[in-house]
Design a protein around this ligand. Sequence first.
Ligand code: XUL
Length: 512
Amino acid sequence: MAYYLGIDSSTQSMKGLVIDPAAGVIVTSAGVNFKADLPQYHCPDGVLAHADPLVKHADPLMWLAALDLLLARLQATGADLGRIAAIGGDGQQHGSVYLNGRFAEALAGLKPSSPLADQLKAALARPTSPIWMDSSTSAECRELDAAFGARLQADTGSPAIERFTGPQIRKFAKAEPERYAQTARIHLVSSFLCSVLIGKDAPVDSGDGAGMNLLNLRTLAWDAAIAEFTAPGLAGKLPRVGNGVAGGLHAYFAKYGLKAGIPVAVWTGDNPASLVGTGAWGAGVAVVSLGTSDTFFAALDAFRTDPEGCGHVFGNPAGGCMSLACFKNGSLARDRVRREAGAEWAFFDKTAFDLTPAGNCGQVALPWFEAEITPPVLKPGLRANFDFAAAAPEVRIRAVVEGQALALRSHALWIGTFGTIRVTGGASKSPGIRQTLADVFQARVESIAVADSAALGGAMLAAHADGVPLAGMTEDFSPVTAVCEPRPAHAAAYDRLLPVIRELEKTAPVSH
Ligand code: XUL
């Protein structure tokens, strides 16, 4: 029967997953880690080094090299890629790729004899791509606020946000007008890679497009006035908005055993793809994704915006809208605290969890080693309401894990309260972290079988575009494999800490 391939181009890696929906099995998977596999692009954590800590760019050629390597690795698993009937995928959100007038021709003429990165290098109008971790566009955000006020959030789902693509484009057009003038097309990471697969410009979907401060969610079209204010002539440089099938696979990819011409579904953002992959695309279940960024998201029953302006509304690839709260200091920050405490995660799961009481005697910390985005705080550095450096490793680790969980709960209140939360992403493997989330949210925390829910969501969207219903795939591929029940005895301790975490957010860093 038919197979479907999903590709997830995330911050630190690219992953591919092949599913067989008729048999209900995952056929094969492969991954490319930017640090280990592509060190020549100098983006070990997915970003290029920069003197300004607020500037975070990546090399878009690295994503092309990763695509070639990923497909070669999938082929090397021995799976029959010729049975793949459609491809879907997703990209880290907000990142943008700037292409010149040669892009269309270079795409159409891709030759299997040389790598994608070599063939598309000359089509870049800008050598680097700002990504979601960038916080350097505050001036542009304030300009957008002044021009559009509350309409920006009411119509695009978010107020002006530093990492969103519109403010990033405005900064580029102001700082480098010549390069901006040479830019014929601006793609998101998702639509860029989808374009490469089909050999022509692919559309942007409403899931990823809503992360740009440019898409009017009421009309599902680019907002002409906001686009023109963002940068002159911008509407003409944006791909069209669309969903369903983007086009047929370019013959270049036949060298990996894939059939040329198979449908490629319009790609989406990693969070919308994860919403599908975790089976939370219908209302009622929320998802906490613990990756490079920590995110909280859920399908929305109706269009509703965050009164505090930190959270977002995106299109739901399964129809309607989804909500999202995103925290920049996720896994990298957690891991740094663990490393500096000289501990393994197993230590937190077994020892630290028993050594320290839930609520950590009121001691909490926020590991903002990078400028945070929820809430927007530009000065990086760890915040703590106790002497963090002098505390025992188990106290430090619990303070950070609980601090992050409390921040997630506090900033997701506008989305609703949920009795069930699904967890995904690397850190969701830790039973200690899962129990902490269950106790902090006082919700049942469910793990699902597939850790890479974004790639799975991409594969499911490919199958969906080929006529396979999403519901059956959710039952087969997203079954619940473990449950952490909340312990009511700890509810009061965490309720007391909610205002404490809000106060901590306002304090100055205690270390960097
Ligand atoms: C969402 C966000 C991140 C990226 C990378 O708004 O900025 O979650 O999508 O995962």
